[in-house]
Design a protein around this ligand. Structure first.
Ligand code: R5P
Length: 300
């Protein structure tokens, strides 16, 4: 089936890169917000048969950005799905590197919603064929969907980029115990004997405030701190500070989804990081690594 890529408003760089790597057309969208705040989106073509019987790949991350929040990004995604179905696509594939609300995957306090499940149910109910996310916070939320759902791993390309910066004698630090398994897998991309350790992180479930403690053997090491998401930068800044206090030489702050909200850049760099490294899951200045290389092999 002939493929075509629809480039969502939130993933203009990644969408075009994926289309170019696949050697297919990349179709833009027209989007705006009406005076009452409602969103508008259309696939930017006058050819009503353009998508008919084609394998249509929609690329749209749903992270908050400078001009739209994650709710708007989700609505744009749903509008694209509807428009593509109305244009009689033969197969519908979603590439949603950052899935909004994925961190709300469990109940911490009575009365909460497990909203990650709700978002996925809404997408699944659109009768899509395949869904690709990248380094999702808790992969088990993808279980039990009707569509094929794949969590793509970006660890290899993040590690390759960090190696290209000249990092040597590397140690990988997980910002909390929950990130240790992912950090171990990440460390393997730097070499078999790269040490992995973690700090103790606690987040107050009511205030969201983070406290971190611990001292590791990082004397003269180049330290890579790897997380799935950098949001406000609090987790990273704490881990960088403790890494420096533990003797780290250079510290690289790496995350698949570097949202960099509020004062995150200041907090991370001021804590002593040499660089902030993210992917084009989020279109911002930290997007130094393109996910196209790890996503495209799934689409061929
Ligand atoms: C939480 O478990 C995530 O893996 C990240 O550590 C968290 O989302 C980072 O948030 P922030 O940058 O606001 O500390």
């Amino acid at each position: 089936m002939e493929k075509i890529v629809i480039v969502g408003p939130a993933s203009q760089i990644l969408g075009v890169k994926i289309a170019k790597k696949l050697g297919v057309d990349a179709i833009n969208t027209e989007f705006k917000r009406f005076p009452d705040g409602e969103n508008y989106l259309r696939i930017n073509t006058e050819d009503e048969k353009l998508l008919e019987n084609k394998e249509v790949i929609i690329v749209q991350s749903t992270g908050p950005g400078a001009d739209r929040d994650q709710n708007a990004r989700l609505l744009e995604l749903l509008m694209m799905i509807d428009a593509v179905k109305r244009m009689k696509a033969g197969k519908l594939i979603l590439v949603v590197p950052y899935l909004a609300y994925a961190r709300q995957d469990k109940i911490f306090r009575p009365g909460e919603s497990q909203f990650a499940d709700v978002v996925l149910k809404i997408l699944d109910a659109q009768e899509i064929d395949e869904l690709y996310v990248v380094d999702i916070h808790a992969p088990m939320v993808l279980e039990n969907l009707n569509c094929k759902a794949v969590n793509v791993d970006s660890m290899k390309i993040l590690a390759e980029y960090i190696k290209s910066l000249g990092a040597e004698d590397i140690a990988v630090v997980a910002p909390d115990k929950g990130a240790v398994e992912r950090s171990k897998a990440f460390a393997k991309h730097f070499g078999e004997d790269v040490p992995v350790d973690f700090f103790e992180k606690k987040r107050d479930v009511k205030t969201g405030e983070i406290t971190m403690s611990g001292s590791l053997s990082l004397e003269n090491k180049d330290v890579v701190i790897a997380d799935d998401i950098i949001a406000t930068g609090g987790t990273m800044a704490n881990a960088i500070k403790l890494s420096k206090e533990s003797g780290a030489k250079k510290v690289f702050a790496a995350a698949t989804h570097a949202l960099l909200l509020q004062s995150a850049k200041y907090r991370i760099l001021n804590a002593g990081a040499n660089d902030i490294i993210g992917t084009d899951s989020i279109d911002n200045e930290a997007a130094k690594v393109s996910l196209a290389d790890v996503i495209v092999p799934h689409l061929i």
